[in-house]
Design a protein around this ligand. Structure first.
Ligand SMILES: *Cc1c(COP(=O)(O)O)cnc(C)c1O
Length: 468
């Protein structure tokens, strides 16, 4: 399997190459040259498989020759063996039509673990082959940071530098990062917002002096391997609800468009999906783009669902590429225009391509709280603010009552327990697997948002790569 860039000029790479690269060198995102497809019989034969075995089957065509079957299966067993539920991503019934797919049984309580546990193992496997060293630099509004740190803590060939905005992540989120004292983990609290942290990281990726010495890579959802791992649970849920004989819809709390794009890929691979509902909060650029073609970024409004407080959804570019005729040069022009003006209109082909599968819904703060109360009053379940936005969208989808709608539960309610308590009066307790989080020592550097200070800190602590 070869991967091409959405902007048409970076070299095609195999799976190992795209996993280590993250972003393509032309600024685009990697995507498979063509979608692998399973027949109806092949999909039917996957029913009832243990999660790790299903994962290996789904990933096989994407991995190509980069891993042997045995090695891939071993990595899936290890990654998903760390989940606290035997089903890994259990499905729960809410009412006649609505189901909840719980994606938060991993070590750090959000769905990011499903992909990052696998990515950490892939990095380790590929680096050992080339005897090389990787420097991960990332910015987090909370969930990606803790999941990435857990996935790579203690690994010899990797250093991780994770920037978070000082004082703007929840106590649980911060402690899940800063209490990991492994020597290869460097947490940096910066004065500024998440966007400032993100801008620093982007600048470092483009800094030739840094890139010559270190092999710097990203762990956010621009990395293809993350999306690949997320395709699996769409299959797992749909198979339990009767696929391939019966169509299923999914409602996905969306920020960077990674999770819901994995659902789109599942559909391209032959999984019969009735609809993908893109659920957004008041930061609704995707809702506007999908309903009237207007992709224009405004200011970010902070909400109780911070992982969805995003105005520019990186992975949307992958959809625009696939729906717009896969013309990398044209898309590179379109994206340059957007980067200049923060605004663009989707082409007719892009809008038509997207409308076949996607609809969108937007939830404000009151609608989010109402959905949390509905879940606890009518179904006896406490859901987190992100999941509540998905539930709101699912219940307003207008789909016929014969179509099951699966809402992805993207975080454990305890991760956002203050917001949950405000909406429902109930305070969810932390699950046992996070242990004595509030008793542990914290360690992090406290830096100004200044680029020179942050890059000097990375230079002082990172290990050079083999051609550095
Ligand atoms: C990351 C995250 C999201 C958004 O997922 P995307 O793949 O960025 O669309 C939603 N909910 C939670 C809890 C998250 O951590």
């Amino acid at each position: 399997m070869q991967y091409v860039s959405t902007r048409g000029s970076a070299p095609a790479l195999d799976f190992e190459g795209v996993t280590l690269a993250g972003l393509a060198s032309d600024g685009g995102l990697y995507i498979p040259q063509e979608w692998p497809r399973f027949s109806e019989n092949e999909i039917a034969s996957m029913a009832g498989l243990p999660y790790a075995e299903l994962a290996a089957r789904i990933m096989t065509p994407f991995v190509g020759n980069s891993l042997s079957q045995d090695k891939l299966r071993e990595l899936c067993d290890t990654a998903y063996g760390r989940f606290a539920h035997a089903a890994v991503t259990p499905l729960k019934q809410f009412d006649e039509q609505n189901w909840l797919l719980e994606l938060f049984h991993g070590p750090t309580l959000a769905f990011k673990d499903v992909a990052l546990q696998m990515l950490g193992l892939l990095f380790e496997t590929f680096l050992a082959r080339s005897d090389d060293h990787l420097t991960i630099v990332g910015a987090t509004s909370g969930d990606t940071g803790s999941a990435a740190i857990d996935a790579v803590a203690g690994r010899e060939r990797i250093d991780i530098f994770m920037l978070h905005p000082n004082g703007r992540v929840s106590d649980v989120q911060r402690r899940q990062m800063t209490t990991v004292l492994a020597p290869n983990v460097y947490n940096i609290a910066i004065d500024g917002s998440f966007d400032d942290a993100q801008a620093t990281v982007k600048r470092m990726f483009g800094d030739a002096a840094m890139n010559g010495r270190y092999r710097i890579t990203a762990v956010n959802s621009i990395n293809w391997a993350r999306l690949m791992a997320q395709i699996v649970y769409y299959f797992a849920a749909a198979l339990q609800l009767g696929a391939p004989k019966r169509k299923v819809a999914f409602s996905v709390p969306t920020g960077n468009f990674g999770d819901v794009f994995a659902g789109y890929v599942a559909a391209q691979m032959g999984l019969p999906i009735e609809r993908l509902i893109v659920a957004t909060n008041v930061n609704d650029i995707l809702h506007r783009a999908l309903s009237n073609g207007d992709y224009s970024a405004g200011e970010v409004t902070p909400t109780a669902a911070p992982s969805m407080d995003i105005q520019v959804s990186s992975n949307f570019e992958r959809l625009l590429f696939d729906c717009g005729g896969r013309d990398g040069m044209a898309l590179a022009d379109q994206m340059r225009g957007f980067e200049g003006s923060k605004s663009m209109q989707l082409t007719n082909a892009q809008r038509q391509g997207a409308s076949g599968l996607f609809t969108s819904e937007r939830a404000d703060a009151d609608q989010m709280s109402a959905a949390m109360r509905w879940a606890s009053d009518s179904c006896g379940e406490i859901v987190d603010p992100h999941t509540a936005i998905g539930l709101h969208a699912a219940r307003n989808s207008g789909l016929g009552s014969d179509v099951p709608v699966v809402t992805l539960a993207t975080a454990h309610p305890a991760k956002f327990r203050d917001a949950v308590e405000r909406a429902t009066g109930l305070r969810p307790s932390l699950p046992a697997r996070v242990g004595d989080l509030f008793a542990r020592e914290e360690r992090y550097a406290d830096l100004s948002g200044d680029y020179e200070a942050i890059s000097a800190y990375v230079r002082d602590h990172a290990t050079e790569c083999s051609n550095g």
